[in-house]
Design a protein around this ligand. Structure first.
Ligand code: NAG
Ligand code: NAG
Length: 351
């Protein structure tokens, strides 16, 4: 009897505990749901939503942070279809602006069977550029060389005119996963026509796999069209000379695309003239650009010098480019036409 009563009491206690736990859990869930709904209703800002129009995340940023790019992570099991990201702005008056939305599509990613790559052997094409090599390589994802064909078309591109394709097509069969196509630039941009200065070369290549016909299109606009190939910048050089003082010439030699060309052969000519315009001195030297692709030289300027003319030229035998640029530093004007000459040679005397 006693043991049965104790047993019944135990059952009652267990039931009560279970009921309490269930009630607590239900209350917590309800509170969480209510808070979530409140947050969703109250919060401004950014929220990605999925194709079922379920908002999957909300973020709130300060205005300063929101102007930077934000990264959103898709859930692992993201459903396919059109997703969107919406944003609105909450002003200091707590009013929300109109919501802006961008859409994007989530689709299953089908692994490509191959990858292809294009390399061009120059960064700038100028009037005197000869053959340009377009090197296409293809590999299956499992590592073997791609078998197939390559088709290329050239054109020009710039922000205003967009793409202008030229009619010629170049084609080749991949050998050991590689095809080198060549185009003669004097034919692509004939002398008779205007050189498309300040544009970029537009290169489009279709790579087609032999077995399946699967294809990829590569596009490259990294090569600039500019004449001449080189530019020489004298802005780091002395802009004034003082008769009787040394003058430092600094020339930065770069391709028009900004590529340094260390050790490229150069020549430098400096002509000094007097007040009647007569040549009173000339220095001509052959140099090489240093490892930073600059030329730095110091010239002694005689007292009588009124005018200096500097010419630095590039002698690029490889590219058949011979370009020179001039620099005309001015004589430094002093109000009284007097200069203080300071030189320190030896200790003048020790007391
Ligand atoms: C590449 O293929 C597309 C069609 O898929 C075609 O319109 C384009 O002209 C092709 N380009 C070349 C260089 O063959
Ligand atoms: C590339 O493949 C697509 C279909 O996937 C086809 O429509 C197109 O014509 C192909 N282009 C070439 C150049 O074979």
């Amino acid at each position: 009897m006693i043991s049965i009563i104790i047993f019944i009491n135990l059952v009652v206690v267990v039931v009560v505990v279970v009921v309490v736990v269930v009630v607590v859990v239900v209350v917590v869930v309800v509170v969480v749901v209510i808070i979530t709904i409140i947050i969703i209703i109250m919060s401004p800002s950014l929220f990605p939503s999925n194709p079922a129009n379920v908002i999957v995340d909300r973020m709130r940023y300060s205005a300063a942070d929101a102007f930077k790019a934000q990264t959103f992570e898709l859930p692992r099991e993201a459903s396919e279809g059109v997703w969107s990201i919406s944003a609105n702005f909450e002003g200091s008056d707590n009013k929300y602006s109109e919501t802006k939305t961008v859409e994007f599509e989530v689709r299953e990613y089908v692994l490509p069977r191959f990858s292809a790559d294009l390399k061009i052997n120059t960064d700038v094409i100028s009037r005197n550029t000869g053959w340009v090599e377009f090197d296409v390589t293809g590999k299956y994802v499992y590592g073997r060389n791609l078998q197939g064909t390559v088709e290329m078309q050239l054109g020009t591109w710039d922000e205003n005119d967009g793409i202008r394709l030229l009619p010629e097509r170049y084609g080749k069969v991949l050998e050991k996963g590689n095809a080198k196509l060549y185009a003669m630039m004097s034919k692509v941009f004939p002398e008779a026509s205007e050189f498309p200065e300040e544009k970029r070369l537009y290169v489009t290549v279709n790579v087609t796999e032999a077995g399946t016909g699967e294809n990829q299109t590569l596009v490259d606009t990294t090569t600039i069209l500019s004449h001449p190939y080189y530019k020489i910048d004298f802005s780091a050089s002395d802009q004034y000379f003082k008769p009787g003082f040394p003058f430092t010439l600094k020339a930065a030699i770069r391709s028009q695309a900004g590529k340094p060309t260390p050790s490229v052969p150069l020549y430098a000519v400096v002509i000094f003239k007097d007040k009647n315009g007569n040549r009173i001195g000339k220095k001509k030297t052959y140099e090489k650009a240093d490892q930073s692709s600059n030329l730095v030289k110091v010239y002694q300027v005689s007292e009588k010098t009124e005018k200096m003319e500097i010419l630095v030229g590039v002698l690029d035998w490889m590219r058949h480019v011979f370009t020179d640029y001039k620099h005309f530093p001015e004589k430094l004007k002093s109000g009284t036409n007097q200069y203080i000459h300071i030189s320190m040679e030896k200790p003048i005397g020790v007391r």
